[in-house]
Design a protein around this ligand. Structure first.
Ligand code: C2E
Ligand code: CA
Ligand code: CA
Ligand code: CA
Length: 277
């Protein structure tokens, strides 16, 4: 059973007030969960589709409220609206790096992807914070990919672009997430120093049923190749999805077909047994 997201559209004043109260109470619970370290991190493998090897792990935040997982889309939006996103990122960075430092002892080539919300890209101290954390764990920024999802339109926001440039100069990889949907746009691609492009799963999952999606994915892949970006197809659920993305020329993929997001203990087993799959 999943919690409903806060709805602010087309409701009466009274309803809106009660929704605001609800979302405020949920934000308080989330804030407490952050303080008590209850926010967990799961990992989803990223696969090299040519070699079938795990090349990376994407860190994904998890919050359980009364034994039920709250969908990340809900609490990420909550964190953005209630100014808690910085605290969330700090904890995900801390936890994912400490696990990752152990994971790479099994596979030296492994990378780690961390999600950042575009609203954080005005946080001037974020590059230094991440660089310091990575160094503390004896890791190097080139092992880390920062996945940026646009939830607000960045356009040519100079602060965000400056922060992205600083990340790149430090050696971090930068990925444009959910490409093709929402605000993640060609605009961002033109102006940001990205090294990777993730094609949104809505396109991947409709490739088998509509030619339109195939054409769109093919065009995104061609564009990304010309711009010398790594291409990742997300949301590969079936063998058919896999065949379609390979045909389109995607080199990397993620999805339930390979693995759902799993906890750190499970990652270790997964890394040790992957070849036997
Ligand atoms: P995302 O970054 O696009 O992550 C991929 C989402 O797709 C994840 O959902 C993952 O569980 C799901 N997914 C992976 N493979 C499949 C598949 O084959 N089929 C389907 N239907 N779904 C698949 P999740 O974990 O619920 O996260 C949702 C979103 O919340 C993420 O989308 C990301 O934007 C955000 N998020 C999660 N963790 C963090 C975080 O630590 N920081 C920030 N800023 N955002 C986060
Ligand atoms: Ca992502
Ligand atoms: Ca995505
Ligand atoms: Ca997404």
């Amino acid at each position: 059973e999943l919690l409903e997201p806060p709805q602010f559209t087309s409701v009466s004043r009274a309803e809106q007030k009660s929704d605001n109260n609800l979302s405020c109470r949920l934000a308080t619970k989330f804030s407490n969960a952050l303080k008590s370290g209850e926010i967990d991190v799961y990992f989803q493998p990223k696969i090299n589709l040519e070699t079938n090897e795990i090349t990376g792990l994407e860190a994904l935040a998890r919050w359980q409220l009364a034994g039920v997982f709250v969908p990340p889309e809900h609490f990420i939006a909550l964190a953005e609206n209630y100014n808690l996103i910085g605290q969330l990122t700090n904890q995900i960075v801390e936890k994912s790096l400490s696990h990752f430092a152990r994971f790479i002892t099994f596979n030296r080539q492994l990378g780690l992807s961390i999600n950042l919300s575009s609203v954080e890209l005005c946080q001037q101290d974020l590059p230094d914070f991440l660089f310091e954390k990575v160094t503390v764990y004896g890791l190097s920024p080139h092992m880390i990919t920062l996945e940026i999802t646009e939830t607000v339109l960045l356009e040519k926001n100079s602060v965000s672009l400056e922060i992205l440039a600083r990340f790149r100069l430090m050696g971090f990889q930068l990925s444009i997430d959910d490409f093709g949907s929402g605000y993640s746009s060609v605009n961002m691609l033109q102006n940001g120093p990205f090294t990777e492009l993730k094609i949104d799963k809505v396109f991947i999952q409709s490739m088998h049923s509509t030619d339109k999606s195939k054409i769109i994915v093919q065009s995104i892949v061609d564009l990304a190749k010309k711009l010398e970006l790594k291409i990742v197809a997300e949301g590969i659920e079936t063998r058919q999805d896999l065949q379609e993305v390979i045909k389109a020329g995607c080199k990397y993929g993620q999805g339930y077909f390979f693995s759902k997001p799993i906890n750190a203990t499970h990652v270790t087993t997964c890394l040790l047994n992957w070849e036997d799959n």
